[in-house]
Design a protein around this ligand. Structure first.
Ligand SMILES: Cc1cc2nc3c(=O)[nH]c(=O)nc-3n(C[C@H](O)[C@H](O)[C@H](O)COP(=O)(O)O)c2cc1C
Length: 200
């Protein structure tokens, strides 16, 4: 599917064919694309919990105000992030770069995030956002629909997935075959309302 078509036709779809199974090759392709999303200093804070257990799905649905896409979509991914990824063997993020780049960037990234807890968390969430959009557009290109979700009890979901210390949940994303299309768009702001030139 052409990129602009995927962008224009991706919608938050809430009703899924519960019998549709995503072939493993599609799941791998979807995730491989997602992993190419950009992150600050290439830190790749994201950690994905793929929920395949049906009981776990039901429990997460209960924690998500009963939203049916949580249990009915082919795939449910809880998109998490490690806020401390910036200091967890950061050499990994530049392992394939020339030595000179590595020697410059690794100390630089540590200096940027050290002692700045809010920025560490913001960055983890930004990385989740980047991954989420890639995942949803890639899903669309592969013939699937998706629904990003933050409508859930975060503490309950964290407990269910054993979220480690210093990790955050960015959102959940359901991916599957639509049983019903999304409703019409809610109301898009015009470019004039949101675009400033040079300053607010
Ligand atoms: C971070 C985030 C959280 C969302 N949470 C929910 C949710 O819990 N349940 C839901 O049905 N839709 C949820 N949505 C979908 C939005 O309502 C939807 O993206 C928005 O209305 C625009 O519609 P569209 O995605 O179809 O273009 C969420 C979207 C985002 C980006």
């Amino acid at each position: 599917m052409e990129l602009f078509t995927a962008i224009a036709t991706r919608r938050a779809v809430k009703h899924y064919d519960a019998d549709a199974v995503m072939p493993d090759a599609d799941f791998r392709q979807l995730m491989a694309a997602t992993l190419l999303s950009p992150t600050s200093y290439n830190i790749q804070h994201w950690r994905f919990v793929r929920v395949t257990d049906r009981t776990q799905r039901k429990q997460l649905q209960d924690a998500a105000w009963g939203q049916e896409q949580v249990s009915r979509a082919s795939e449910l991914i809880v998109l998490c992030a490690d806020t401390q990824a910036w200091q967890d063997r950061p050499e990994r993020y530049w392992a394939d770069a020339p030595q000179a780049a590595q020697e410059m960037l690794v100390p630089m990234l540590k200096d940027f995030y050290r002692g700045r807890e809010q920025v560490q968390r913001d960055e983890a969430m930004r990385s989740c956002g980047m991954a989420a959009q890639t995942l949803m557009l890639a899903a669309k290109a592969l013939g699937y629909d998706s629904c990003p979700m933050i409508g859930f009890d975060a503490d309950a979901v964290a407990e269910r997935i054993n979220l480690p210390e210093q990790h955050v949940i960015g959102m959940m994303i359901a991916v599957g075959k639509a049983a019903k299309p999304a409703n019409g768009r809610g109301g898009q702001l015009t470019l004039d309302e949101v675009l400033m030139e040079n300053r607010f």
